[in-house]
Design a protein around this ligand. Sequence first.
Ligand code: NAD
Length: 476
Amino acid sequence: MTTATATFESLNPSTGEVIETFPRSGAAEVDRAVEKSRAAWEGWRLVPAPERGNILFRFAQILERSKPELSDLMTREMGKVKAEAGGDVQEAIDMSYYMGGEGRRLFGQTTPSELRDKFQMSIRMPVGVVGAITPWNFPIAIPAWKLTPALVCGNTVVLKPAEDTPLLAQRFVDLLHEAGLPQDVVQVVHGYGEEAGDALVRHPDVPIITFTGSRETGVAVTKAAADRLKHVHLELGGKNAIIVMDDADLDLAVDGITWSAFGTAGQRCTAASRVIVHRDVYDALQQRLVARAEQMKIGAPWEDDTEIGPVINEAAVEKIHSYTEIGVDEGAKLLTGGERVEGHGFYYRPTVFAEVEPGMRIAQEEIFGPTTALIPVGSFEEAVLAANSVEFGLSSSIFTRDVNKAFKAMRDLQTGIMYVNAGTTGAEVHLPFGGMKQTGNGHREAGQAALEVFTEWKSVYVDYSGKLQRAQIDNQ
Ligand code: NAD
């Protein structure tokens, strides 16, 4: 914890009540944390990787034990409904086991040399102090995506979590310490992005920033890190589309759309905020989707039967509603929703727009709420064109029974994640996670891809010939 005297509050989005108060740290607190992190790195990088992995195994076990407590806290601090909160924690458990195992792999390459009596290999090296900046929408999973690979690779971490979910981040880090991680190897600095976050990004002793959040902040982080040529790993927004072809199983498609558009109240980077529908099934699909949206139970996320909880804060309600007004002004047809739920907390009704054109703002910009836009098309080719017409490239999906269209979609949709006959959300921890285009800068989270973010390659040549051998010359 820091010694900052200014504070900020974490609120329960269902009630608006204060959960806990946290220090609003700034550059001085970041300096202190980085200094300790830098010192801890000198020891941590030399801890054998299998031993680092063992700590992650223990952490995974502690997370399993703590899953009910963390899920309950998540319903209260972030507003995710119970089952989804459990899924968020489970993702962290899975990732910790996966990265724990990486402690016994961290494979490099050995290759033959072009010269005699010479050995060569490439090995992974840790980068140093990692500055990790995380959003609130996966408050346990995303810290796990970043911290577990960073740690197993031999880096130390200073985490600046989102200001909306500081308590969950604090619990996450406390449990890492409980698993046996030395205190200074992972530290958390609470505070606002423009203060603590920016100070972390600019700190000269932090060579790498891993950031998940909005595109706008990602650009600001990249610029702030540019002067020192830092490694910057970005996971940004999405404007994900589900394509429903005329041969699709419509009930299945409605299940997938409902889960992807309204789950987590639409506050997933992979949320299906566009549904591109073949005209032949457009009316049938829209009727079923609207019926389903209107049946969804909105309520307190800690109650078992709640399907839609609150959005994160008042500003989110206002932003989502402003897009409802934009959609209406643009001439789209509001089929259902489009208003906040009166009473306590930050609730917004599941919202469906029809007759949306691909170029409209509600079909182009990330709303990050329970709003989806139905776009009618006449062919597969038109559907792919519409799907690809946005600046983001995170996730996409197609519902079809035609294997040829499924494979063409796999090839042609410009997204880092793609589903066939499922919604746009449901990634597993052992495949790369991330997006094309302006969803990121080419890196990926999770799986083996995460190791590329958190290590540097070192190529090592060992000559045991006892004489000077010149590559590219003495082998002629
Ligand atoms: P945000 O960009 O507002 O904030 C993210 C984090 O950045 C927070 O911790 C914030 O304090 C910090 N921050 C803000 N300004 C900063 C600055 N100038 N310098 C350094 N740090 C700063 O995003 P959010 O509202 O917390 O999260 C929602 C966004 O995250 C959406 O766009 C969503 O799509 C995206 N997201 C992406 C993924 C992915 O993997 N692609 C996953 C989840 C969320």
